[in-house]
Ligand binder design. Structure first.
Ligand code: PDD
Length: 281
């Protein structure tokens, strides 16, 4: 049984209980992070903690812990679950209060963390690429906040699944924003494009790393909006996230992307990414 952390205690997952009055449960009022753990080390932890702070600020919640305390708890949870490669999930909700849309005064936030073995993406994803669909981005206008309220994301991911695809690429006003659970990229004439950081996309930690790795390797990359028509004509399409790293998309809405195989620029980025992981570990 996996060990989880709940409000100050480490305990078996089946013993962890939260109140039905928790605002996370009733209102989806909380924020979260998903942090990959490689060889027992939380990857890019400082960046995840900074984004958590930004999400908490965005929803006017006080950070319950200092970064030092977060780091201690996270490292203990990783050790309790036997180190190795894990996917660590943490969430902070506004806590337990009578149901009301207004924020309660002086309610202690609820803090929950779990960590499970990291499931690497299927080998075939890197050899063949994945299928994606495009769909209207039906989310709110604060997608930069990593809110636990994921109903829209779930609905869009389910649409992809129903179409036999692995990810939905989201379109708002004719432009690609990101994936239902990933950031997205298009490679056009040797240049990598990804949507700029604003309230329409999550500032992905993996996205930031991709941008830095591209800059170091002199690979041209622009943070610029990609129109759907440009997306459809792209030579390569990728997605990225903490749990999936960087994955090529080779079929979009049933149409072949580029050559129909993972592209050379994706291959170069994946190599840089794997090297970086090794160096950090
Ligand atoms: N999601 N955009 C969305 C909407 C996401 O849900 C995610 C990741 C990303 C990528 O961000 P990062 O590189 O920091 O993981 C972008 C996580 C993995 C999840 O919800 O499970």
């Amino acid at each position: 049984m996996a060990i989880v952390y709940l409000n100050g205690e480490f305990l078996p997952a089946d013993k962890a209980q939260v109140s039905v009055f928790d605002r996370g449960y009733l209102l989806g009022d909380g924020v979260y992070e998903v942090i990959p753990v490689y060889a027992g080390n939380a990857f890019l932890l400082d960046r995840h903690l900074q984004r958590l702070q930004n999400s908490l600020d965005g929803v006017r919640m006080t950070n319950p812990f200092s970064n030092e305390t977060w780091t201690n708890i996270i490292n203990k949870l990783i050790a309790h679950n036997n180190g190795g490669d894990q996917s660590l999930y943490l969430q902070v909700t506004r806590g337990v209060a009578p149901r009301d849309h207004l924020f309660p005064a002086d309610t202690a936030p609820s803090v929950y963390m779990m960590s499970n073995p990291l499931q690497p993406v299927a080998e075939s994803w890197k050899i063949e690429g994945i299928k994606a669909i495009t769909t209207a981005d039906i989310r709110w206008m604060r997608c930069d906040i990593k809110a636990i309220t994921l109903l829209a994301n779930s609905m869009m991911k389910q649409l992809a699944h129903d179409a036999g695809a692995q990810e939905a690429l989201l379109v708002r006003d004719g432009f690609l924003t990101e994936g239902s659970a990933s950031n997205a990229y298009a490679v056009i004439d040797g240049v990598i494009f990804t949507a700029p950081k604003d309230e329409k996309v999550l500032p992905g930690i993996t996205r930031d790393l991709v941008i830095e790795l591209a800059a170091k390797a002199d690979m041209p990359l622009h943070e610029r909006a990609i129109s759907v028509s440009a997306l459809r004509g792209a030579d390569e399409i990728w997605i990225s996230s903490s749990t999936k790293e960087v994955v090529p998309v080779t079929l979009l809405d049933g149409e072949i992307v580029g050559t129909g195989k993972p592209g050379a620029i994706w291959q170069q980025m994946d190599t840089l990414f794997q090297q970086y992981k090794q160096e950090v570990a």
